[in-house]
Write a protein that binds this ligand. Structure first.
Ligand SMILES: [Zn+2]
Ligand SMILES: [Zn+2]
Length: 166
């Protein structure tokens, strides 16, 4: 990682901490600072991984739009985590999310980012087979939990096992 990348990551953490502190003074506080990673790929700016209190940012897009990320993407995803923590699985950009954006962060509640950047909010569940760790989305996870199906790794042939969260 070069100096420019380190600085960009530091600015993303700084934005996260500032908005987290703002949130802490309200009824929508989170009990733990979310973790950040920078391995989001493709055209997606960021993903809020709701059940892991985690935000995944796209390093390549962060480089291209650093101010947009610190001013908009980070608080946008953080607001999704706060909504999930306090209200559960409500509409992603519903009234709870809008209220946090406009009344807590004092930001416009743009559903879609102004730039052609997409984002996602998902729940991911950690699974493991005999050869590697992987993640399943909530629909597949629920099917496994209800005993409706099992998933088998194409490489090692063993069944994916749920590892629990955190
Ligand atoms: Zn959103
Ligand atoms: Zn395997």
């Amino acid at each position: 990682m070069n100096d420019q990348e380190k600085e960009l990551e530091a600015s993303a953490y700084k934005s996260l901490k500032e908005h987290y502190n703002t949130l802490s003074a309200t009824p929508f506080a989170l009990t733990k600072l979310p973790s950040l990673s920078f391995n989001q790929r493709g055209a997606i700016a960021g993903t809020a991984i709701l059940n892991q209190n985690h935000i995944r940012l796209n390093r390549a897009l962060l480089k291209q739009h650093p101010r947009f990320f610190t001013a908009q993407v980070v608080p946008h995803e953080l607001a999704h985590l706060a909504v999930f923590y306090h209200f559960g699985r409500v509409k992603p950009h519903g009234k709870e999310w809008k209220m946090i954006m406009t009344e807590v962060f004092l930001l416009p509640a743009n559903r879609c980012h102004e730039l052609p950047l997409q984002h996602a909010n998902v729940q991911l569940f950690r699974y493991r087979c005999d050869c590697r760790a992987t993640e399943l989305g909530i629909r597949r996870h629920n099917k496994v939990q209800r005993g409706q199906t099992t998933y088998v790794c194409k490489d090692c042939g063993s069944t994916l096992r749920f590892e629990g969260n955190k």
